[in-house]
Design a protein around this ligand. Structure first.
Ligand code: PPE
Length: 309
């Protein structure tokens, strides 16, 4: 069967071995396909200045994958070291120097219905080239965002510390609404009306030189978020985790998003309000540059974040 147009590559790691890209197929009874219970990660690898290639914060991403599985009562039938090696092996098999890595843990066929306890837990690792998630231009000029009409799930409905497949229906609804309405990205409020996160990114606000981001309650514990907070503190920029309201976005000096796919993407406009000077602000620029130095192996302070492929 031919692969759909879009991403393609040579090999996919599936349940313990590399298989040809087009052979990585699943049965229609695959449980995750019906009910959305699966977990995944998004990881990037970058070409580094020494001509090699390195994965950014691989151990943290692998740990979060196991935590997501644990939250969802799924037991991954491979050890962390084995899966880490599988990721590196898949990168090498696809000769991918720079790109995106998608480990996916899903429930295979067996019983239908809401008790998949005896169904097999299956694991796959897919890699592909992925450029700037919100556009090359957006990285420099900033993007336009909309506060979504969809709320982020209540925290006792969406387990926010897990990257669970089905939870992304909420993100897709928000993202598509934003795009159809002519924006680039959606920012979701939680059920109390406080800023939570974007469809696939954490949100940061700069106000009078201070960097602010919502606390972890209603958001994913983003690995880029943690990295940016660490880089900012190291640069002497004060960082606080605090509740942020919608109008605080409008009056911020700067707003930007962080995520593995989105990296550090500035926002120039939200709901037709210009943010700050209406372009990438100085703090976003500083942090973006520092982030790309770290992932590209140009800052020895963060060399421990890189795993050479
Ligand atoms: N919040 C959400 C809801 C989210 O999905 C992501 C990552 C983040 C925050 C940032 O987390 P981190 O990547 O650890 O900094 N979103 C992933 C999925 C993107 C996609 O389109 O698929 C990602 O960036 O890989």
């Amino acid at each position: 069967m031919a692969t759909a147009p879009g991403i393609t590559g040579e090999k996919i790691w599936l349940d313990g071995a590399l298989v040809d890209w087009d052979d990585a197929q699943v049965h229609i009874l695959t449980h995750t396909l019906h009910y959305g219970l699966g977990v995944f990660e998004g990881i990037r690898c970058y070409r580094t200045d020494d001509g090699r290639s390195a994965v950014f914060r691989l151990a943290e991403h692998v740990d979060r994958l196991y935590e997501s599985a644990h939250i969802n009562l799924m037991e991954i039938p491979f050890g962390r070291e084995e899966l880490t090696e599988a990721i590196l092996e898949t990168l090498r098999a696809n000769h991918l120097e720079e790109g995106y890595i998608r480990p996916l843990v899903f429930i295979g066929e067996g019983a239908m219905g809401l008790n998949p306890a005896d169904n097999p837990v299956r694991v796959s690792v897919i890699v592909w080239p992925w450029g700037k998630y919100l556009g090359e231009e957006g990285m420099e000029r900033g993007i336009r965002a909309k506060v979504s009409t969809f709320s982020r799930h209540f925290v006792n409905a969406k387990m926010t510390k897990g990257k669970t497949c089905g939870d992304y229906v909420n993100s897709i609804l928000a993202k598509r609404e934003a795009l159809l309405d002519g924006y680039d990205e959606a920012i979701l409020l939680d059920t109390q009306g406080l800023v939570s996160e974007a469809s696939g990114e954490n949100v940061f606000v700069v106000r009078r030189g201070e960097l602010r981001t919502p606390p972890l309650q209603t958001v994913l514990d983003g690995i880029t978020r943690a990295s940016i907070m660490e880089i900012a503190r190291e640069k002497g920029i004060p960082v606080v985790e605090t509740a942020i309201t919608r109008d605080e976005l409008y009056t911020a000096d700067e707003v930007f998003l962080t995520g593995t796919a989105a990296e550090v993407t500035p926002i120039r406009e939200i709901d037709h309000r210009t943010i700050g000077a209406g372009r990438r602000g100085p703090v976003a620029k500083t942090l973006q540059d520092a982030f790309f130095d770290a992932v590209g192996g140009r800052d020895p302070k963060y060399a421990h974040w890189l795993t050479t492929v």
